[in-house]
Design a protein around this ligand. Structure first.
Ligand code: ZN
Length: 140
C-alpha cells in the first residue's frame, strides 16, 4: 500500500517503510492522525455551544421541576416534577460527560471535572427518582 511520496526524490513510499526505497531518505511520518467520521459526529454533538445550550436546558428543566414539586399537591404533580428533574439531570450529565471526553482542546482538569460532575448528575437521577417515588407513595 502506497501512503505518500518521498520529500526528496518524489518516489512512492509504502506505508510501513521508514526510509525511501529509491534514495534512502528517512521518511517523516505525519503525526496528525486521520479522524474517524464517528469522532467528528461526537465533536459536533459535544461542541462547546451545544454543551452550553444543553446545560442551560438541563438547568431550566431542573428549576421548573423544583417549582412544580414545591407547588404540587397530588401524584400528577410529583410525577411531572420527577420527569422534569430527571430529564434535566440526565441531559446535563450526558453533555458534561460527552463534552469532557470529546473536547481535547480544553484544560485536562476541567474535562475530568466535567466527567465527574456528569456521572454524579446521572447517578443523582436514580436517587432523585427513588426519593420522589418514596414521597409520592407516602402522600398517596
Ligand atoms: Zn526518495
Amino acid at each position: 500500500m502506497v501512503e505518500g511520496k518521498c520529500n526528496k526524490c518524489g518516489a512512492d513510499v509504502p506505508s510501513n517503510s521508514k526510509f525511501c526505497l529509491s534514495c534512502g531518505t528517512k521518511i517523516e511520518k505525519e503525526t496528525r492522525q486521520e479522524r474517524e467520521p464517528i469522532h467528528d459526529v461526537f465533536r459536533f454533538l459535544f461542541s462547546k455551544n451545544l454543551i452550553i445550550a444543553a446545560l442551560l436546558l438541563g438547568l431550566l428543566l431542573i428549576w421548573v421541576g423544583s417549582l412544580v414539586l414545591t407547588f404540587s399537591t397530588d401524584m400528577t404533580g410529583y410525577r411531572a416534577a420527577q420527569t422534569l428533574n430527571s430529564l434535566g439531570f440526565f441531559i446535563t450529565g450526558v453533555f458534561l460527560i460527552g463534552g469532557g471526553i470529546v473536547n481535547d482542546s480544553m484544560d485536562r482538569y476541567v474535562r475530568v471535572g466535567m466527567v465527574i460532575i456528569g456521572v454524579y448528575m446521572i447517578t443523582s437521577v436514580l436517587a432523585l427518582t427513588h426519593l420522589l417515588s418514596t414521597i409520592g407513595s407516602f402522600y398517596n
